[in-house]
Design a protein around this ligand. Structure first.
Ligand code: HPA
Length: 265
């Protein structure tokens, strides 16, 4: 971690972002919003995961968005790639070590609500982790007993909500349920998820939220809806559809993030 941290500090060349973004499947387009970007491939940062999912670039991009210094992780590693729920622990620890205080997580997700069609953006206000996995399994300190009552920072959420309203950006809110993937859910699982109180389902983000709380970072998270959940329309789901549809909602989310980060100045 020390080597990756000092290499990143060197590459940042004095830039000191307090905000980091994690960009999900098909959302790498947000990188184009970063001014004066410095691209650092994960392979240059010791211990950073080498992701292998198409639609995920695997690089860190630092710069400014609307004048606010940011670091974006374009490409994350998922539990389903290697069976490691803590795959993102080292990158998040490095971000914290270089001064990041706030984490904005993004993902592509399936919708469980008719009023949340593909192309919508949902701010995650809470989550359900029924995967049985946890990135803190194996952590030995008492710090592993992380409180999750206020996992998603209420102040950050209020800021995004108000910003969306001011700019006329449609922003839904709801509960995200983590499924391990990589197979998509069955229609019965989607019906169960709805009964349990979920609004969207996906294969990421929750491990990073738990790790982020563990590290004391402020957290906000957004789902870009790429499809209705399995069985809701009769259509089969595919990663191709996720990649094709994510940029649509991704464009809305970009506008929101640019507006919100601009207001931080
Ligand atoms: N399920 C799980 N993950 C997803 C989905 C989905 O329907 N769509 C995009 N990511």
């Amino acid at each position: 971690m020390k080597r990756a941290t000092s290499e990143l500090v060197r590459r940042l060349d004095g830039l000191m972002p307090e905000t980091a973004l994690v960009l999900g499947s098909g959302l790498g387009g947000l990188v184009s919003q970063i001014d004066a970007p410095v691209h650092v491939p994960y392979r240059d940062l010791e211990g950073f995961p080498q992701g292998g999912v198409s639609g995920h670039a695997g690089e860190l991009v630092a710069g400014t968005i609307a004048g606010t210094p940011v670091i974006a992780l374009s490409g994350r590693v998922h539990y389903y790639e290697h069976g490691k729920a803590d795959a993102m622990r080292l990158p998040l620890e490095v971000l914290k070590a270089v001064g990041v205080r706030r984490l904005i997580l993004t993902n592509a997700a399936g919708s469980l609500r008719q009023d949340l069609p593909p192309g919508s953006v949902m701010m995650i206000t809470d989550h359900i982790n029924w995967s049985g996995m946890n990135p803190l399994i194996g952590e030995e300190s008492d710090a592993r007993f992380v409180g999750m009552t206020a996992a998603y920072d209420a102040e950050m959420a209020a800021g995004f909500r108000a910003c969306a309203e001011r700019h006329g950006i449609a922003l839904a809110e709801g509960v995200y349920m983590w499924f391990s993937g990589p197979s998509f859910e069955t229609p019965a699982e989607i019906r169960a998820a709805r009964i349990l109180g979920a609004d969207a389902v996906g294969m990421s983000t929750v491990p990073e939220v738990i790790l982020g709380r563990f590290l004391g970072l402020g957290l906000a998270a957004f789902s870009v809806i790429t499809n209705f959940g399995a069985g809701m329309t009769g259509a089969e789901l595919s990663h191709g559809e996720t990649k094709e549809m994510a940029p649509r909602g991704g464009e809305v989310l970009s506008r929101l993030l640019v507006a919100a980060l601009g207001e931080r100045n």
